[in-house]
Design a protein around this ligand. Structure first.
Ligand SMILES: Nc1ncnc2c1ncn2[C@@H]1O[C@H](COP(=O)(O)OP(=O)(O)O)[C@@H](O)[C@H]1O
Ligand SMILES: [Mg+2]
Length: 146
Protein backbone atom coordinates (compact mmCIF):
# COMPACT_ATOMS: atom_id res chain seq x y z
CA UNK A 1 0.00 0.00 0.00
CA UNK A 2 1.17 3.53 -0.79
CA UNK A 3 0.73 6.29 1.77
CA UNK A 4 1.99 9.86 1.44
CA UNK A 5 2.24 12.98 3.60
CA UNK A 6 3.49 16.50 2.95
CA UNK A 7 4.63 19.09 5.46
CA UNK A 8 5.83 22.65 5.13
CA UNK A 9 6.98 25.00 7.86
CA UNK A 10 8.98 28.18 8.56
CA UNK A 11 12.76 27.89 8.63
CA UNK A 12 13.01 28.27 12.40
CA UNK A 13 15.26 26.07 14.54
CA UNK A 14 12.38 25.39 16.96
CA UNK A 15 10.63 23.57 14.09
CA UNK A 16 13.42 20.96 13.82
CA UNK A 17 12.00 18.81 16.61
CA UNK A 18 8.47 19.30 15.22
CA UNK A 19 9.64 17.95 11.84
CA UNK A 20 11.55 15.06 13.42
CA UNK A 21 8.64 13.96 15.63
CA UNK A 22 6.03 14.40 12.86
CA UNK A 23 7.96 12.27 10.37
CA UNK A 24 8.63 9.65 13.06
CA UNK A 25 4.96 9.40 14.00
CA UNK A 26 3.95 9.01 10.33
CA UNK A 27 6.52 6.24 9.87
CA UNK A 28 5.47 4.48 13.10
CA UNK A 29 2.66 2.72 11.18
CA UNK A 30 5.35 0.55 9.51
CA UNK A 31 6.37 -0.65 12.98
CA UNK A 32 10.09 0.20 12.62
CA UNK A 33 12.65 -0.95 15.18
CA UNK A 34 13.84 1.64 17.72
CA UNK A 35 17.16 1.81 15.86
CA UNK A 36 15.44 2.47 12.52
CA UNK A 37 13.26 5.17 14.06
CA UNK A 38 16.28 6.83 15.70
CA UNK A 39 18.16 6.77 12.40
CA UNK A 40 15.26 8.35 10.51
CA UNK A 41 14.82 11.06 13.15
CA UNK A 42 18.53 11.85 13.05
CA UNK A 43 18.50 12.10 9.26
CA UNK A 44 15.45 14.41 9.27
CA UNK A 45 17.20 16.62 11.83
CA UNK A 46 20.36 16.84 9.75
CA UNK A 47 18.56 17.68 6.49
CA UNK A 48 16.16 20.17 8.09
CA UNK A 49 19.00 21.86 9.99
CA UNK A 50 20.92 22.17 6.73
CA UNK A 51 17.92 23.76 5.00
CA UNK A 52 17.49 26.28 7.84
CA UNK A 53 21.07 27.27 8.61
CA UNK A 54 22.74 26.81 5.22
CA UNK A 55 19.91 27.09 2.68
CA UNK A 56 18.09 30.00 4.29
CA UNK A 57 20.94 31.24 6.52
CA UNK A 58 18.40 31.44 9.38
CA UNK A 59 15.97 33.68 7.49
CA UNK A 60 12.61 32.72 9.07
CA UNK A 61 10.76 33.75 5.88
CA UNK A 62 12.15 30.61 4.24
CA UNK A 63 9.93 27.54 3.97
CA UNK A 64 11.16 23.97 4.42
CA UNK A 65 9.23 21.27 2.52
CA UNK A 66 9.11 17.62 3.55
CA UNK A 67 7.40 14.85 1.65
CA UNK A 68 7.30 11.26 2.91
CA UNK A 69 5.99 8.32 0.91
CA UNK A 70 5.62 4.82 2.32
CA UNK A 71 5.48 1.88 -0.04
CA UNK A 72 5.27 -1.40 1.86
CA UNK A 73 8.47 -1.37 3.97
CA UNK A 74 10.24 1.29 1.88
CA UNK A 75 10.38 4.91 3.04
CA UNK A 76 11.03 7.74 0.56
CA UNK A 77 11.68 11.18 2.04
CA UNK A 78 12.25 14.45 0.21
CA UNK A 79 13.52 17.47 2.16
CA UNK A 80 13.66 20.64 0.11
CA UNK A 81 14.46 24.32 0.50
CA UNK A 82 14.40 27.25 -1.88
CA UNK A 83 17.55 28.76 -0.41
CA UNK A 84 21.00 29.66 -1.69
CA UNK A 85 21.88 26.21 -3.06
CA UNK A 86 25.14 24.26 -2.88
CA UNK A 87 27.99 25.40 -5.09
CA UNK A 88 29.81 22.04 -5.33
CA UNK A 89 27.65 19.09 -4.21
CA UNK A 90 30.42 16.50 -4.42
CA UNK A 91 32.65 18.59 -2.18
CA UNK A 92 29.79 19.33 0.25
CA UNK A 93 29.13 15.59 0.67
CA UNK A 94 32.72 14.84 1.76
CA UNK A 95 33.08 13.92 5.46
CA UNK A 96 34.15 16.92 7.58
CA UNK A 97 33.50 19.44 4.78
CA UNK A 98 31.65 22.43 6.17
CA UNK A 99 31.21 26.10 5.41
CA UNK A 100 30.22 26.70 9.05
CA UNK A 101 33.00 25.12 11.16
CA UNK A 102 31.61 26.54 14.41
CA UNK A 103 28.64 24.17 14.35
CA UNK A 104 28.11 20.96 16.32
CA UNK A 105 28.92 17.73 14.35
CA UNK A 106 30.72 19.89 11.87
CA UNK A 107 30.69 18.66 8.31
CA UNK A 108 29.18 15.26 9.12
CA UNK A 109 25.53 15.86 8.15
CA UNK A 110 25.67 14.30 4.68
CA UNK A 111 27.89 11.46 5.97
CA UNK A 112 25.33 10.66 8.68
CA UNK A 113 22.53 10.72 6.08
CA UNK A 114 24.51 8.35 3.83
CA UNK A 115 25.27 5.95 6.67
CA UNK A 116 21.72 5.74 8.00
CA UNK A 117 19.85 5.58 4.68
CA UNK A 118 20.07 3.16 1.75
CA UNK A 119 20.05 5.84 -0.95
CA UNK A 120 20.59 9.57 -1.03
CA UNK A 121 20.52 11.99 -3.93
CA UNK A 122 21.22 15.71 -3.70
CA UNK A 123 20.09 18.22 -6.32
CA UNK A 124 20.95 21.85 -5.88
CA UNK A 125 21.13 25.06 -7.86
CA UNK A 126 21.75 28.64 -6.84
CA UNK A 127 18.38 29.67 -8.27
CA UNK A 128 16.04 26.95 -7.01
CA UNK A 129 17.63 25.74 -3.78
CA UNK A 130 18.38 22.23 -2.55
CA UNK A 131 16.46 18.94 -2.70
CA UNK A 132 17.67 15.93 -0.73
CA UNK A 133 16.00 12.61 -1.54
CA UNK A 134 16.45 9.76 0.90
CA UNK A 135 15.32 6.14 0.75
CA UNK A 136 15.34 3.56 3.50
CA UNK A 137 14.20 -0.07 3.41
CA UNK A 138 13.01 -1.28 6.80
CA UNK A 139 14.10 -4.74 7.88
CA UNK A 140 11.86 -7.33 6.22
CA UNK A 141 12.20 -10.06 8.86
CA UNK A 142 10.27 -7.94 11.35
CA UNK A 143 7.58 -7.07 8.79
CA UNK A 144 6.94 -10.79 8.29
CA UNK A 145 6.21 -11.19 12.01
CA UNK A 146 3.36 -8.68 11.91
N1 LIG B 1 20.29 22.86 2.18
C1 LIG B 1 21.51 23.38 1.95
N2 LIG B 1 21.64 24.58 1.32
C2 LIG B 1 22.87 25.11 1.08
N3 LIG B 1 24.04 24.54 1.44
C3 LIG B 1 23.98 23.34 2.07
C4 LIG B 1 22.72 22.70 2.36
N4 LIG B 1 22.98 21.52 2.96
C5 LIG B 1 24.31 21.43 3.06
N5 LIG B 1 24.93 22.51 2.52
C6 LIG B 1 26.40 22.73 2.40
O1 LIG B 1 27.05 21.48 2.57
C7 LIG B 1 27.97 21.55 3.65
C8 LIG B 1 28.06 20.20 4.33
O2 LIG B 1 26.82 19.90 5.00
P1 LIG B 1 26.86 18.88 6.24
O3 LIG B 1 27.55 17.63 5.82
O4 LIG B 1 25.49 18.75 6.79
O5 LIG B 1 27.81 19.61 7.29
P2 LIG B 1 27.52 20.91 8.21
O6 LIG B 1 26.04 21.17 8.21
O7 LIG B 1 28.03 20.53 9.58
O8 LIG B 1 28.30 22.04 7.60
C9 LIG B 1 27.49 22.69 4.51
O9 LIG B 1 28.53 23.25 5.30
C10 LIG B 1 26.94 23.67 3.48
O10 LIG B 1 27.99 24.42 2.90
MG1 LIG C 1 24.62 19.78 8.42
Amino acid sequence: MRNEMNLQFSALSQNESFARVTVASFIAQLDPTMDELTEIKTVVSEAVTNAIIHGYENDPNGIVYISVTLEDEVIHMTIRDEGIGIFDIEEARQPLYTTKPELERSGMGFTIMENFMDEITVDSTATSGTTVKLTKHLSKSKALCN
